[in-house]
Design a protein around this ligand. Structure first.
Ligand code: TXA
Ligand code: MG
Length: 330
């Protein structure tokens, strides 16, 4: 058991940003908002700081981290960009897109952060607070989502606090984040691959590339030696309560996570009810998804029943996270 740390919470603004940059420079762990979800940052070039991230989250060491940088120039010192990667960076950075690229010669990101892979994940976040921290720190910051490993990603500072208080040094509270699901992860080390659907819809990426994104080959449990998408464990992004998908009716004792204007049989008798988007908007649903899962999880219902959500736009990322949340686990 590690000794509990004192976790300070600061507002955004110059003192918070300065404290964040100083904490990072001293090898500390800082949670900060990005437009997708809150990240848990550490100096990417400091192996001891990176190791602390894995310890604080309980994250398996084979799951590599995303290095966050201020702009494309800084990214090019870390990853080797092919023509597709340049096109995507120009179109979508800063924004909710992560590119997985071969490491550049002289890449200063710690080996532990890339889990021994030849590639590195890079993202330029758009959130002004994230940008200000990266600017003040003036170096790459590795940042996984600021939750306990396997749990639902945090979209508010309170979510971070409830998972990580006593395990990290500082939380910068920038209020609820706008997108609500993690960045889309695209591999650009050959044919562009969709490694994780996320906050940037596939269709927008394919429009810029002028072709479809390839799907990584399915990985069997027996062959995880060099996974292409090591973070995509089946049971992940999960509340503690069992999740039941595509509910067309519900039973007493269940909690219902609804979508759209229509009611389903049994909805009036559930233990708890939240609607991701009463008007049926997938962007609104994405921004509510993780917060609502956490809220319904607290109700200790026997199951969280989830209504069908269309797969278009951010719906692909929502359904990906819900499928992982619904996988049977110990
Ligand atoms: O929106 C986001 O991406 C947030 C914010 C904080 O930026 N971060 C985030 O990080 O979601 P994390 O660690 O929860 O997810 C990173 C994903 C994991 O699935 C990881 O396996 C994958 O990116 N990844 C990182 N490096 C990789 C690499 N070299 N090859 C393949 N996948 C990689
Ligand atoms: Mg995560």
């Amino acid at each position: 058991m590690q000794t509990a740390l004192t976790t300070t919470i600061l507002a955004t603004g110059a003192p918070g940003v300065d404290a964040a940059a100083r904490c990072l420079a001293g090898g500390g762990l800082v949670a900060f908002p990005t437009e997708t979800v809150y990240g848990l940052g550490a100096d990417a070039t400091n192996p001891a700081a990176v190791a602390r991230i894995y310890q604080a989250k309980g994250r398996p060491a084979f799951n590599p981290l995303i290095a966050h940088v201020e702009n494309l120039d800084a990214a090019q010192a870390i990853g080797r960009f092919n023509a597709d990667a340049i096109r995507l960076a120009n179109a979508f950075w800063p924004g909710p897109l992560t590119l997985v690229l071969p490491k550049a010669p002289g890449c200063r990101v710690a080996e532990l952060a890339t889990a021994g892979l030849e590639t590195v994940a890079l993202r330029v976040p758009a959130d002004p607070v994230a940008q200000a921290i990266l600017h003040a720190f003036a170096g790459p910051v590795v940042a996984p989502s600021a939750n306990l490993s396997g749990h639902v990603s945090p979209t508010t500072a309170q979510h971070v606090q409830s998972d990580l208080a006593g395990r990290i040094d500082l939380i910068i509270d920038g209020g609820p984040v706008p997108v609500g699901v993690e960045s889309t992860v695209v591999g650009c080390f050959g044919q562009p691959l969709l490694l994780r659907p996320g906050g940037l819809p596939r269709g927008e990426i394919e429009a810029v590339l002028g072709r479809a994104l390839a799907q990584p080959p399915a990985e069997t449990e027996a062959d995880t030696s060099q996974p292409l998408a090591p973070g995509m464990l089946a049971s992940h992004y999960a509340p503690r309560t069992k999740v039941r998908l595509n509910a067309v009716s519900c039973e007493a004792g269940e909690a219902l996570l609804a979508f759209g204007p229509d009611a389903i049989p049994g909805a009036d008798a559930v233990a708890a009810y939240l609607n991701l988007s009463p008007r049926g908007d997938v962007n609104e649903a994405a921004s509510n998804l993780f917060g609502y899962l956490r809220e319904l999880d607290l109700r200790r219902a026997k199951t969280i029943a989830v209504m069908l959500i269309p797969d278009d736009g951010l719906g692909e990322a929502i359904n990906d996270r819900l499928r992982r949340a619904a996988v049977e686990r110990d």
